[in-house]
Design a protein around this ligand. Structure first.
Ligand SMILES: [Zn+2]
Length: 350
């Protein structure tokens, strides 16, 4: 998996409330790949801390990791203390919704959602300065709210690939509308069944795929292939090329798999410039793509089976069960419910 993990929490709707926390990566075909589920009392700092400490066992901390979440205070406080080397990026969709409430001017949110996707820093700077001129109030809000490395693809110190929002992990939670009403054990059983069914579906899809790359990446490359056809390529040095398209030019280095447009560097598969250069260099395009996107890697991701918890009679002996305390129930805020049973006083009046 690419080292980009989205985390999110959603309220449970059963008798004891609680929150379901989820961590998810994205497979090489841009599908959500759940890594961990956990049920906690609430989205407090201590709950997120416990979740991330456990996540650390399956997703080790590293300098090229990105953790993406919304700006919930409980999360912000703990990500940097548990994942000391990873970068914490924020979900741009949540930021756009906050922006919408702060700046009512037509077109501000739409323009924001365009500029956050830009790959190149100087191109971003030009677009953001234009945004600032058109929507000063919105730009001021963004400046006060977050630093550029948290929300832009161009200034992220690590690679965010195509993962700029937590919409993917939230779509997992949205899929659990009915399950969230269940008691905890039944909920965990449904999560296992759901994960197993995804594994079966994508295992079958990946085994049946007969291209070198996943279908999504093949599709994107096909479009870039068309763009590359009109480009002029000039050899500069060993595997270095000047690629021109109209008034624009980019320098491609096929050896280090980089291009000055930064699409090749961030996506980890060739941009249109690199495709055009690969033709002149007579290099197989697939050699320029990261292993993350190979059909083989995609297959490997779903190779293992996710089994249900076996019946109690089959459990290994001498399991050291922890003491499970009753959940901390939070009082619901709102009007106190009227007692439907009349008091003794009321009975005597009748
Ligand atoms: Zn390029």
């Amino acid at each position: 998996m690419r080292k980009c993990v989205s985390i999110d929490g959603t309220w449970l709707k059963g008798k004891y409330n609680g929150v379901l926390l989820v961590a998810s990566a994205q497979d090489g075909n841009y599908h959500q790949y759940p890594l961990a589920w956990e049920i906690v009392d609430d989205e407090s700092t201590s709950s997120w801390s416990w979740f991330l400490m456990n996540l650390l066992e399956v997703v080790p901390d590293s300098t090229d990791l990105v953790i993406i979440s919304d700006r919930h205070q409980g999360i912000i406080n703990v990500v940097s203390s548990v994942y000391k080397n990873a970068h914490h990026g924020h979900c741009v969709w949540h930021l756009s919704q906050n922006l919408k409430t702060r700046c009512k001017k037509k077109g501000a949110t739409e323009m924001f959602l365009q500029i956050e996707k830009i790959y190149k820093q100087n191109e971003f700077d030009v677009a953001y300065s234009d945004f600032r001129k058109r929507y000063p109030e919105a730009a001021q809000f963004l400046d006060e709210r977050d630093t550029l490395d948290r929300w832009t693809r161009a200034y992220c110190p690590n690679t965010r690939y195509n993962i700029l929002t937590t919409n993917g992990v939230e779509s997992i939670n949205a899929r659990l509308l009915e399950e969230r009403k269940l008691p905890i054990i039944s909920l965990l059983d449904s999560l296992q069944r759901l994960t197993s069914s995804w594994f079966v579906r994508y295992r079958n899809a990946s085994v049946a795929a007969n291209n070198n790359l996943t279908p999504t990446i093949e599709g994107i490359l096909r479009n870039r292939f068309t763009d590359a056809q009109g480009m002029q390529v000039f050899e500069l040095g060993r595997l270095e090329f000047d690629v021109r398209s109209g008034r624009h030019s980019a320098i491609v280095d096929l050896k280090s798999k980089r291009c000055t447009c930064r699409v090749f560097d961030i996506d980890r598969f060739p941009c249109a410039h690199a495709i055009a250069a690969s033709w002149l260099a007579n290099i197989d395009l697939y050699q320029l793509c990261s292993e993350y996107y190979s059909t083989m890697t995609w297959c490997m991701a779903y190779l293992e089976t996710v089994y249900p918890v076996p019946e109690e009679s089959e459990w290994p002996p001498n399991i050291n069960f922890p003491v499970v305390l009753p959940p901390c129930l939070q009082k619901k805020v709102g009007r106190k419910k009227q007692n439907r049973i009349p008091s003794i006083g009321e009975f005597s009046k009748r």
